[in-house]
Design a protein around this ligand. Structure first.
Ligand code: URA
Length: 210
């Protein structure tokens, strides 16, 4: 006989309740055109939380973060950095896909600072409270805004582990979709290596806490 499924932890139950609340979020107009809220995903006890910008076209349709082209780059780089995605909590600063229709395509539009602030204060901040990760990794500038409430350039913040709260640290790196847009192969290779090095730095940091 199969063992009975184990009861969800308090944190798992809290995340499930948050996801249910977020599914009906109308706090900013982005819900109007998106298919659905794409909430974060991963273990409630994760040591690392990865924060992207917002769901893309495929995430909006599939309902999970980072399952499209940027997600494939992320998965490959996590793997190279020795991080198993299934151990990491993956989410976004903004939970609805913002886009402009162009013919039959939906073209990604960057969320405004006000949209990031509304969404992150409502959902990302609560995901962070529940998951309580040792390390939050910001993928790009919208993530930095969502996590810190401040705008900053990736160049000035990147590749350094800095205190975020009393119990957590922040590591800033690029958004993986940046790698998809680099036309020159040598530059792409070097930038990918730097991204992997940033993720490895994060992995080593949390391992050093054990
Ligand atoms: N880009 C993001 O920032 N997040 C996703 O979930 C997908 C693409």
């Amino acid at each position: 006989m199969a063992p009975p499924p184990s009861a969800p932890s308090n944190a798992e139950a809290a995340l499930a309740a948050l996801a249910e609340d977020a599914a009906g979020c109308t706090a900013c107009p982005l819900y109007e055109n998106a298919t659905r809220t794409v909430f974060g995903e991963g273990p409630a006890a994760a040591q690392i939380m990865l924060v992207g910008e917002q769901p893309g076209d495929q995430e909006d349709l599939g309902g999970e973060p980072f399952i499209g082209p940027a997600g494939q780059v992320l998965d490959t780089c996590l793997d190279e950095a020795g991080l198993d995605r299934s151990t990491v909590y993956v989410t976004n600063a903004v939970k609805h896909f913002k886009f402009k229709p162009r013919g039959r395509r939906r073209i990604h539009e960057k969320p405004r600072v006000g949209e990031i602030d509304i969404c992150a204060n409502r959902w990302l901040s609560r995901e962070r409270e529940v998951v309580a990760p040792d390390l939050v990794i910001a993928l790009g500038a919208s993530a930095v805004r969502g996590i810190t409430g401040k705008s900053g350039t990736i160049k000035s913040l990147r590749s350094e582990i800095r205190p975020l709260t009393e119990a957590s640290h922040l590591l800033v790196t690029i958004h993986p979709s940046y790698l998809l847009r680099i036309p020159d192969e040598d530059t792409k290779k070097a930038e990918t290596e730097q991204f992997v090095a940033d993720l490895r730095l994060g992995a080593e940091f949390v391992a050093s806490l054990d």
